[in-house]
Design a protein around this ligand. Structure first.
Ligand code: URP
Ligand code: ZN
Ligand code: ZN
Length: 464
Protein backbone atom coordinates (compact mmCIF):
# COMPACT_ATOMS: atom_id res chain seq x y z
CA UNK A 1 0.00 0.00 0.00
CA UNK A 2 1.42 3.40 -0.95
CA UNK A 3 0.00 6.75 0.14
CA UNK A 4 0.67 10.24 -1.17
CA UNK A 5 -0.18 13.00 1.30
CA UNK A 6 -0.52 16.13 -0.78
CA UNK A 7 0.08 19.76 0.08
CA UNK A 8 0.10 19.59 3.88
CA UNK A 9 2.19 21.74 6.19
CA UNK A 10 5.00 19.41 7.24
CA UNK A 11 6.11 20.27 10.75
CA UNK A 12 9.11 18.65 12.40
CA UNK A 13 11.18 19.69 15.41
CA UNK A 14 13.17 22.00 13.18
CA UNK A 15 11.22 22.69 9.96
CA UNK A 16 7.85 23.93 8.83
CA UNK A 17 7.05 23.90 5.11
CA UNK A 18 4.39 22.87 2.60
CA UNK A 19 5.19 19.60 0.80
CA UNK A 20 3.92 16.24 -0.37
CA UNK A 21 4.89 13.11 1.56
CA UNK A 22 5.03 9.75 -0.21
CA UNK A 23 4.85 6.62 1.98
CA UNK A 24 5.47 3.17 0.54
CA UNK A 25 6.61 -0.17 2.01
CA UNK A 26 5.89 1.18 5.49
CA UNK A 27 8.41 4.01 5.18
CA UNK A 28 8.54 7.61 4.07
CA UNK A 29 10.09 7.43 0.62
CA UNK A 30 10.01 11.03 -0.58
CA UNK A 31 9.20 14.48 0.78
CA UNK A 32 9.00 17.32 -1.74
CA UNK A 33 6.96 19.77 -3.75
CA UNK A 34 4.48 18.41 -6.34
CA UNK A 35 5.74 14.84 -6.23
CA UNK A 36 4.96 12.84 -9.40
CA UNK A 37 4.41 9.34 -8.06
CA UNK A 38 1.82 6.62 -8.53
CA UNK A 39 0.16 5.96 -5.21
CA UNK A 40 -2.60 3.56 -4.19
CA UNK A 41 -4.17 6.39 -2.27
CA UNK A 42 -3.91 10.19 -2.41
CA UNK A 43 -4.85 12.27 0.64
CA UNK A 44 -5.42 16.00 0.28
CA UNK A 45 -3.84 17.62 3.34
CA UNK A 46 -4.16 21.26 2.28
CA UNK A 47 -4.63 23.42 5.36
CA UNK A 48 -3.59 20.58 7.66
CA UNK A 49 -0.42 19.88 9.59
CA UNK A 50 1.52 16.75 8.68
CA UNK A 51 3.26 15.75 11.91
CA UNK A 52 5.52 12.86 12.88
CA UNK A 53 3.51 10.40 14.97
CA UNK A 54 3.83 11.27 18.63
CA UNK A 55 5.82 8.98 20.91
CA UNK A 56 4.81 8.43 24.51
CA UNK A 57 7.81 7.31 26.56
CA UNK A 58 5.79 6.64 29.73
CA UNK A 59 2.72 4.37 29.91
CA UNK A 60 1.38 1.58 32.12
CA UNK A 61 -0.90 -0.76 30.15
CA UNK A 62 -2.34 -3.92 31.70
CA UNK A 63 -0.20 -3.38 34.80
CA UNK A 64 -0.96 -4.88 38.22
CA UNK A 65 -0.76 -2.00 40.70
CA UNK A 66 -2.44 -0.83 43.87
CA UNK A 67 -4.32 -4.09 44.41
CA UNK A 68 -5.84 -4.08 40.95
CA UNK A 69 -4.80 -3.91 37.27
CA UNK A 70 -4.79 -0.83 35.03
CA UNK A 71 -7.95 -0.81 32.98
CA UNK A 72 -6.43 -0.22 29.53
CA UNK A 73 -4.69 -3.16 27.90
CA UNK A 74 -2.59 -3.04 24.75
CA UNK A 75 -5.72 -2.95 22.58
CA UNK A 76 -7.81 -0.26 24.28
CA UNK A 77 -4.68 1.68 25.24
CA UNK A 78 -3.42 1.62 21.68
CA UNK A 79 -6.78 2.65 20.25
CA UNK A 80 -6.83 5.56 22.65
CA UNK A 81 -3.25 6.48 21.72
CA UNK A 82 -3.96 6.38 17.98
CA UNK A 83 -7.03 8.61 18.31
CA UNK A 84 -4.76 11.06 20.11
CA UNK A 85 -2.02 11.03 17.45
CA UNK A 86 0.42 8.72 19.24
CA UNK A 87 1.96 6.05 17.02
CA UNK A 88 4.57 4.52 19.34
CA UNK A 89 5.02 4.22 23.09
CA UNK A 90 7.41 2.68 25.56
CA UNK A 91 5.64 0.82 28.35
CA UNK A 92 7.02 -0.19 31.74
CA UNK A 93 7.66 -3.91 32.06
CA UNK A 94 7.67 -4.44 35.82
CA UNK A 95 9.99 -7.07 37.28
CA UNK A 96 7.97 -8.99 39.89
CA UNK A 97 9.84 -9.75 43.12
CA UNK A 98 11.99 -12.84 42.57
CA UNK A 99 11.44 -12.76 38.80
CA UNK A 100 14.24 -12.70 36.28
CA UNK A 101 14.11 -9.85 33.77
CA UNK A 102 13.54 -12.43 31.04
CA UNK A 103 10.44 -13.72 32.82
CA UNK A 104 9.10 -10.20 33.25
CA UNK A 105 9.70 -9.43 29.57
CA UNK A 106 7.97 -12.65 28.47
CA UNK A 107 4.94 -11.57 30.49
CA UNK A 108 4.88 -8.12 28.88
CA UNK A 109 5.41 -9.45 25.35
CA UNK A 110 2.45 -11.78 25.90
CA UNK A 111 0.28 -8.86 27.01
CA UNK A 112 0.93 -7.02 23.74
CA UNK A 113 1.04 -9.93 21.30
CA UNK A 114 -1.83 -9.87 18.83
CA UNK A 115 -3.39 -6.77 20.41
CA UNK A 116 -1.12 -3.96 19.31
CA UNK A 117 -2.43 -1.18 17.09
CA UNK A 118 0.62 1.04 17.34
CA UNK A 119 4.33 0.27 17.72
CA UNK A 120 5.77 -0.23 21.18
CA UNK A 121 8.88 -0.90 23.20
CA UNK A 122 9.54 -1.75 26.84
CA UNK A 123 11.57 -0.19 29.62
CA UNK A 124 12.52 -2.68 32.31
CA UNK A 125 11.42 -1.60 35.80
CA UNK A 126 14.03 -3.04 38.16
CA UNK A 127 12.53 -3.93 41.55
CA UNK A 128 14.83 -6.67 42.81
CA UNK A 129 18.53 -7.30 42.22
CA UNK A 130 18.89 -9.79 45.09
CA UNK A 131 16.61 -12.64 44.01
CA UNK A 132 15.68 -13.16 40.37
CA UNK A 133 17.26 -10.51 38.18
CA UNK A 134 21.04 -10.27 38.27
CA UNK A 135 23.42 -7.49 37.30
CA UNK A 136 24.66 -9.68 34.42
CA UNK A 137 21.15 -10.19 33.06
CA UNK A 138 20.46 -6.47 33.38
CA UNK A 139 23.62 -5.72 31.42
CA UNK A 140 22.48 -8.03 28.60
CA UNK A 141 19.04 -6.46 28.05
CA UNK A 142 20.14 -3.88 25.46
CA UNK A 143 20.85 -6.83 23.13
CA UNK A 144 17.07 -7.42 23.13
CA UNK A 145 16.32 -3.76 22.42
CA UNK A 146 15.53 -2.97 26.06
CA UNK A 147 17.73 0.06 26.46
CA UNK A 148 16.29 1.83 29.50
CA UNK A 149 16.13 0.80 33.15
CA UNK A 150 13.53 2.34 35.44
CA UNK A 151 13.90 2.48 39.20
CA UNK A 152 11.30 3.65 41.69
CA UNK A 153 12.61 5.69 44.64
CA UNK A 154 9.10 5.59 46.15
CA UNK A 155 6.21 3.15 46.76
CA UNK A 156 7.84 1.59 49.83
CA UNK A 157 7.36 -2.18 50.16
CA UNK A 158 5.92 -2.33 46.64
CA UNK A 159 8.19 -1.08 43.85
CA UNK A 160 10.71 1.04 45.76
CA UNK A 161 14.40 0.16 45.54
CA UNK A 162 17.12 1.25 47.97
CA UNK A 163 20.10 3.38 46.96
CA UNK A 164 22.28 0.27 46.69
CA UNK A 165 20.07 -1.16 43.96
CA UNK A 166 19.70 2.21 42.26
CA UNK A 167 23.44 2.84 42.24
CA UNK A 168 24.29 -0.67 41.03
CA UNK A 169 21.77 -0.38 38.17
CA UNK A 170 23.34 2.95 37.26
CA UNK A 171 26.77 1.36 37.16
CA UNK A 172 25.45 -1.39 34.88
CA UNK A 173 23.82 1.19 32.62
CA UNK A 174 27.08 3.12 32.36
CA UNK A 175 28.60 0.06 30.69
CA UNK A 176 25.64 -1.41 28.81
CA UNK A 177 24.41 1.66 26.97
CA UNK A 178 21.10 1.99 28.79
CA UNK A 179 19.38 5.13 30.02
CA UNK A 180 18.43 5.11 33.71
CA UNK A 181 14.98 6.46 34.53
CA UNK A 182 13.87 7.33 38.04
CA UNK A 183 10.59 7.96 39.79
CA UNK A 184 12.09 10.54 42.13
CA UNK A 185 10.31 10.86 45.45
CA UNK A 186 11.73 9.96 48.88
CA UNK A 187 9.60 6.89 49.63
CA UNK A 188 10.91 6.40 53.18
CA UNK A 189 10.02 9.91 54.31
CA UNK A 190 6.64 9.65 52.57
CA UNK A 191 5.99 6.41 54.43
CA UNK A 192 6.53 8.18 57.77
CA UNK A 193 4.26 11.08 56.79
CA UNK A 194 1.55 8.68 55.60
CA UNK A 195 1.58 6.69 58.84
CA UNK A 196 1.37 9.93 60.86
CA UNK A 197 -1.56 11.15 58.74
CA UNK A 198 -3.46 7.89 59.12
CA UNK A 199 -2.79 8.03 62.86
CA UNK A 200 -4.57 11.40 62.93
CA UNK A 201 -7.52 9.89 61.07
CA UNK A 202 -6.72 11.75 57.83
CA UNK A 203 -8.08 9.38 55.18
CA UNK A 204 -9.42 11.60 52.37
CA UNK A 205 -7.75 11.86 48.88
CA UNK A 206 -6.22 15.29 49.63
CA UNK A 207 -3.90 13.61 52.15
CA UNK A 208 -2.26 11.76 49.26
CA UNK A 209 -0.85 15.10 48.13
CA UNK A 210 -0.19 16.47 51.61
CA UNK A 211 1.96 13.46 52.54
CA UNK A 212 4.08 13.72 49.39
CA UNK A 213 5.43 17.32 49.56
CA UNK A 214 7.44 18.77 46.66
CA UNK A 215 10.61 18.93 48.78
CA UNK A 216 10.68 15.11 48.79
CA UNK A 217 10.56 15.10 45.00
CA UNK A 218 13.35 17.69 44.92
CA UNK A 219 15.50 15.69 47.36
CA UNK A 220 15.16 12.43 45.41
CA UNK A 221 15.75 14.17 42.10
CA UNK A 222 18.97 15.71 43.35
CA UNK A 223 20.07 12.40 44.94
CA UNK A 224 19.53 10.53 41.68
CA UNK A 225 21.42 13.18 39.71
CA UNK A 226 24.44 13.00 42.04
CA UNK A 227 24.43 9.17 42.08
CA UNK A 228 24.21 8.99 38.29
CA UNK A 229 27.08 11.44 38.04
CA UNK A 230 29.28 9.19 40.17
CA UNK A 231 28.16 6.00 38.41
CA UNK A 232 28.69 7.58 34.99
CA UNK A 233 25.23 6.76 33.66
CA UNK A 234 22.83 8.99 31.78
CA UNK A 235 19.70 9.84 33.78
CA UNK A 236 16.11 10.67 32.82
CA UNK A 237 13.79 11.85 35.58
CA UNK A 238 10.17 10.90 34.88
CA UNK A 239 7.03 12.89 35.69
CA UNK A 240 8.64 16.03 37.09
CA UNK A 241 5.99 18.18 38.76
CA UNK A 242 7.52 21.15 40.57
CA UNK A 243 10.15 23.83 40.96
CA UNK A 244 11.97 21.77 43.61
CA UNK A 245 12.69 19.08 41.00
CA UNK A 246 13.07 21.27 37.91
CA UNK A 247 15.87 23.30 39.50
CA UNK A 248 18.37 20.46 40.12
CA UNK A 249 17.70 19.14 36.61
CA UNK A 250 18.23 22.57 35.10
CA UNK A 251 21.46 23.01 37.08
CA UNK A 252 22.81 19.61 36.00
CA UNK A 253 22.01 20.36 32.38
CA UNK A 254 23.69 23.74 32.57
CA UNK A 255 26.79 21.92 33.82
CA UNK A 256 26.60 19.69 30.75
CA UNK A 257 25.74 16.53 32.68
CA UNK A 258 23.84 13.70 30.98
CA UNK A 259 20.56 14.48 32.72
CA UNK A 260 17.11 14.91 31.19
CA UNK A 261 13.63 15.25 32.58
CA UNK A 262 10.06 14.89 31.43
CA UNK A 263 6.82 16.20 32.75
CA UNK A 264 3.32 14.94 31.91
CA UNK A 265 0.28 16.68 30.49
CA UNK A 266 -1.68 16.62 33.74
CA UNK A 267 0.92 18.58 35.68
CA UNK A 268 0.25 21.68 33.52
CA UNK A 269 -3.47 21.62 34.19
CA UNK A 270 -4.37 19.95 37.46
CA UNK A 271 -3.47 21.14 40.95
CA UNK A 272 -3.61 20.02 44.57
CA UNK A 273 -7.07 21.65 44.75
CA UNK A 274 -8.43 18.90 42.48
CA UNK A 275 -7.71 16.31 45.17
CA UNK A 276 -10.03 18.20 47.51
CA UNK A 277 -13.04 17.90 45.19
CA UNK A 278 -16.18 16.78 47.01
CA UNK A 279 -17.77 13.34 46.99
CA UNK A 280 -14.57 11.30 46.55
CA UNK A 281 -14.05 12.91 43.12
CA UNK A 282 -10.58 13.88 44.37
CA UNK A 283 -9.56 10.23 43.91
CA UNK A 284 -9.60 10.74 40.13
CA UNK A 285 -6.57 13.01 40.60
CA UNK A 286 -4.60 10.66 42.85
CA UNK A 287 -1.33 9.90 41.10
CA UNK A 288 2.31 10.15 42.10
CA UNK A 289 4.00 12.50 42.36
CA UNK A 290 0.81 14.40 43.14
CA UNK A 291 -0.64 17.43 41.41
CA UNK A 292 1.02 20.47 43.00
CA UNK A 293 0.20 24.03 43.89
CA UNK A 294 -0.95 25.78 40.68
CA UNK A 295 2.08 28.11 40.76
CA UNK A 296 4.02 25.19 39.31
CA UNK A 297 2.09 25.31 36.02
CA UNK A 298 4.10 28.34 34.86
CA UNK A 299 7.32 26.73 36.14
CA UNK A 300 6.68 23.68 33.95
CA UNK A 301 5.78 25.68 30.83
CA UNK A 302 8.98 27.65 31.29
CA UNK A 303 10.94 24.41 31.80
CA UNK A 304 9.72 22.79 28.59
CA UNK A 305 10.21 26.01 26.63
CA UNK A 306 13.80 26.43 27.81
CA UNK A 307 14.73 22.71 27.59
CA UNK A 308 15.22 22.27 31.33
CA UNK A 309 12.67 19.52 30.67
CA UNK A 310 12.95 17.78 27.32
CA UNK A 311 9.81 15.69 26.85
CA UNK A 312 6.14 15.53 27.77
CA UNK A 313 4.69 12.07 28.40
CA UNK A 314 1.31 10.98 29.75
CA UNK A 315 2.13 8.44 32.50
CA UNK A 316 -1.12 6.84 31.32
CA UNK A 317 -2.04 4.55 34.21
CA UNK A 318 -5.80 4.35 33.95
CA UNK A 319 -8.20 3.04 36.58
CA UNK A 320 -11.95 3.16 36.76
CA UNK A 321 -13.19 5.62 39.33
CA UNK A 322 -16.13 3.35 40.04
CA UNK A 323 -14.73 0.06 41.36
CA UNK A 324 -10.99 0.74 41.30
CA UNK A 325 -10.37 4.23 42.70
CA UNK A 326 -13.16 3.50 45.19
CA UNK A 327 -10.98 0.78 46.74
CA UNK A 328 -9.62 3.71 48.75
CA UNK A 329 -12.92 5.23 49.82
CA UNK A 330 -12.00 4.99 53.51
CA UNK A 331 -8.22 5.22 53.21
CA UNK A 332 -6.35 7.32 50.64
CA UNK A 333 -3.39 4.89 50.68
CA UNK A 334 -5.63 2.27 49.05
CA UNK A 335 -6.55 4.47 46.08
CA UNK A 336 -4.66 3.04 43.07
CA UNK A 337 -2.20 5.71 41.93
CA UNK A 338 -2.55 6.80 38.32
CA UNK A 339 -4.77 8.48 35.76
CA UNK A 340 -5.68 8.23 32.06
CA UNK A 341 -4.30 10.62 29.45
CA UNK A 342 -2.76 8.75 26.50
CA UNK A 343 -5.29 10.24 24.11
CA UNK A 344 -5.24 13.83 25.37
CA UNK A 345 -1.60 14.90 25.23
CA UNK A 346 -1.32 16.28 21.69
CA UNK A 347 -4.59 18.22 21.70
CA UNK A 348 -3.98 19.71 25.15
CA UNK A 349 -0.38 20.73 24.48
CA UNK A 350 -1.30 22.06 21.04
CA UNK A 351 -4.17 24.17 22.34
CA UNK A 352 -2.77 25.46 25.62
CA UNK A 353 0.87 25.39 24.54
CA UNK A 354 0.89 26.45 20.89
CA UNK A 355 -2.45 28.22 20.37
CA UNK A 356 -1.99 30.18 23.59
CA UNK A 357 1.61 31.11 22.76
CA UNK A 358 3.53 29.25 25.48
CA UNK A 359 5.61 27.15 23.07
CA UNK A 360 6.07 27.07 19.29
CA UNK A 361 4.84 24.37 16.93
CA UNK A 362 8.34 23.00 16.32
CA UNK A 363 8.99 22.73 20.03
CA UNK A 364 5.69 20.90 20.46
CA UNK A 365 6.81 18.28 17.92
CA UNK A 366 10.20 18.12 19.62
CA UNK A 367 8.67 17.49 23.07
CA UNK A 368 6.07 14.97 21.93
CA UNK A 369 7.93 13.07 19.23
CA UNK A 370 11.54 13.94 18.41
CA UNK A 371 13.08 14.12 21.88
CA UNK A 372 11.37 10.91 23.06
CA UNK A 373 12.63 9.20 19.89
CA UNK A 374 16.19 10.45 20.39
CA UNK A 375 16.38 9.72 24.10
CA UNK A 376 14.87 6.25 23.85
CA UNK A 377 16.74 4.84 20.84
CA UNK A 378 14.01 5.23 18.22
CA UNK A 379 15.50 8.05 16.13
CA UNK A 380 15.71 8.57 13.16
CA UNK A 381 13.38 5.69 12.36
CA UNK A 382 10.72 7.43 14.40
CA UNK A 383 10.14 10.96 15.66
CA UNK A 384 10.54 12.87 12.41
CA UNK A 385 9.35 13.16 8.82
CA UNK A 386 12.17 12.37 6.45
CA UNK A 387 12.96 9.80 3.74
CA UNK A 388 13.83 6.48 5.38
CA UNK A 389 11.79 7.11 8.52
CA UNK A 390 8.81 4.90 9.33
CA UNK A 391 5.52 6.09 7.87
CA UNK A 392 4.27 7.14 11.31
CA UNK A 393 2.28 10.25 10.50
CA UNK A 394 -0.52 12.33 11.95
CA UNK A 395 -2.62 14.57 9.77
CA UNK A 396 -3.75 17.25 12.17
CA UNK A 397 -6.51 19.78 11.55
CA UNK A 398 -5.53 22.94 13.45
CA UNK A 399 -9.04 24.36 13.13
CA UNK A 400 -11.03 21.39 14.34
CA UNK A 401 -12.84 21.88 17.66
CA UNK A 402 -12.75 18.99 20.08
CA UNK A 403 -14.30 18.56 23.52
CA UNK A 404 -12.56 16.15 25.85
CA UNK A 405 -14.48 13.74 28.01
CA UNK A 406 -15.08 10.15 29.08
CA UNK A 407 -18.09 9.78 26.78
CA UNK A 408 -15.99 10.38 23.68
CA UNK A 409 -12.51 9.14 24.61
CA UNK A 410 -11.34 5.63 23.70
CA UNK A 411 -9.69 4.63 26.95
CA UNK A 412 -11.78 2.31 29.11
CA UNK A 413 -11.46 4.83 31.95
CA UNK A 414 -14.80 6.12 33.20
CA UNK A 415 -13.51 9.67 33.66
CA UNK A 416 -11.27 12.13 31.91
CA UNK A 417 -8.89 14.52 33.67
CA UNK A 418 -9.99 17.31 31.30
CA UNK A 419 -13.72 16.58 31.24
CA UNK A 420 -15.65 19.18 29.26
CA UNK A 421 -12.65 21.25 28.14
CA UNK A 422 -12.81 22.36 24.49
CA UNK A 423 -9.69 22.71 22.39
CA UNK A 424 -9.01 23.87 18.85
CA UNK A 425 -6.94 21.47 16.79
CA UNK A 426 -7.25 17.67 16.62
CA UNK A 427 -5.86 14.69 14.70
CA UNK A 428 -7.82 13.72 11.61
CA UNK A 429 -5.83 10.67 10.52
CA UNK A 430 -3.16 8.57 12.25
CA UNK A 431 -0.97 6.08 10.42
CA UNK A 432 1.66 3.66 11.70
CA UNK A 433 4.25 2.49 9.15
CA UNK A 434 1.88 3.52 6.36
CA UNK A 435 -1.08 1.64 7.86
CA UNK A 436 -4.02 3.94 8.53
CA UNK A 437 -5.16 3.24 12.09
CA UNK A 438 -7.65 6.02 12.75
CA UNK A 439 -9.47 8.14 10.20
CA UNK A 440 -12.60 10.26 10.29
CA UNK A 441 -13.19 9.45 13.94
CA UNK A 442 -13.13 5.69 13.31
CA UNK A 443 -10.68 2.95 14.20
CA UNK A 444 -9.97 1.32 10.83
CA UNK A 445 -7.18 -1.16 11.66
CA UNK A 446 -7.17 -4.62 13.20
CA UNK A 447 -5.24 -5.48 16.38
CA UNK A 448 -1.88 -7.00 15.54
CA UNK A 449 -0.75 -4.27 13.14
CA UNK A 450 1.47 -2.72 15.84
CA UNK A 451 4.97 -4.14 16.27
CA UNK A 452 7.54 -4.41 19.05
CA UNK A 453 10.49 -2.14 18.33
CA UNK A 454 13.96 -3.14 19.46
CA UNK A 455 15.42 0.19 20.54
CA UNK A 456 19.01 1.31 20.00
CA UNK A 457 21.41 1.85 22.89
CA UNK A 458 21.45 5.29 24.47
CA UNK A 459 23.06 7.80 22.11
CA UNK A 460 23.03 5.41 19.15
CA UNK A 461 20.80 5.70 16.10
CA UNK A 462 18.17 3.12 15.19
CA UNK A 463 18.33 2.11 11.56
CA UNK A 464 16.00 -0.76 10.63
O1 URP B 1 0.61 7.47 39.96
C1 URP B 1 1.29 7.05 39.04
N1 URP B 1 2.15 7.83 38.45
N2 URP B 1 1.13 5.76 38.66
C2 URP B 1 1.93 5.05 37.75
C3 URP B 1 3.19 4.55 38.35
C4 URP B 1 4.24 5.63 38.33
O2 URP B 1 4.67 6.06 39.40
O3 URP B 1 4.64 6.06 37.27
ZN1 ZN C 1 6.31 6.99 38.80
ZN1 ZN D 1 4.40 6.02 35.47
Amino acid sequence: MSILIKGGRVVTATDDYVADVYVTDEQIDQVGRSLEVDADRVIDAAGKYVLPGCIDPHTHLDMPFGGTVTIDDFESGHASAAFGGTTCHVDFCIQGKGQTFGEALDTWHAKANGKALIDYGFHIAVTDLLAGGTLEELASLPEQGITSYKLFMAYKNVLQVDDLTLFQAMQVAAGSGALVMVHAENGDAIDVLVREALGRGETAPIHHALTRPPELEGEATNRAIQLARIAGSPLYVVHVTCKEAVEPIRRARELGWDVWGETCTQYFFRSIDDLARPGFDGAKYVYSPPARDASNHAVLWDAVRTDALSAISTDHCAFLWDGQKTLGKDDFTKIPNGAPGLEDRLVMIHHFGVNEGRIGLNRMVDLLATQPAKLFGLYPRKGTIAPGADGDIVIFDPAKEHTLGAASHHSKADYNLYEGMTVTGAPELTMVRGNVIVEGGQLVAEPGVGQFVKRARFGEALSS
